[in-house]
Unconditional design. Structure first.
Length: 114
């Protein structure tokens, strides 16, 4: 299973073995990750699964089209602490290519976000 690294609010990193085919939101909810609520269950109806994607991983988490859907962009407009590296974790599906993915929870301050 791919390892996904979540930077927490306190700056520590929590690493999780993520099953293939699940969304990052599902992984975060299952592991009781702070700040990943997934209130809409991944139906693009909220922004409670908002995360920051490390810039080295940005292209790998984007859809095949290379762009976020308009629905995701609209929901991100509702998110707190929005940055240019923000994505909804319900829209990122775990694949082998994401082994080592680095994400940060909203409100955290990793060096790479500045």
């Amino acid at each position: 299973m791919p390892l996904i690294h979540f930077v927490q609010l306190d700056g520590s990193t929590k690493t999780i073995d993520a099953p293939l085919g699940l969304s990052i939101m599902e992984v975060g909810v299952h592991h009781h990750m702070d700040k990943i609520e997934g209130a809409c269950g991944g139906s693009l109806a909220c922004a409670t699964c908002h995360v920051y994607v490390h810039p080295d991983w940005w292209d790998k988490v984007m859809p095949e089209s290379g762009e976020m859907s308009e629905a995701e962009e609209d929901m991100l407009d509702l998110a707190f602490h929005l940055t240019k590296l923000s994505r909804l974790s319900c829209q990122i599906i775990v694949t082998e290519d994401l082994d080592g993915l680095i994400l940060a929870l909203p409100g955290s301050q990793p060096d790479w976000l500045k």
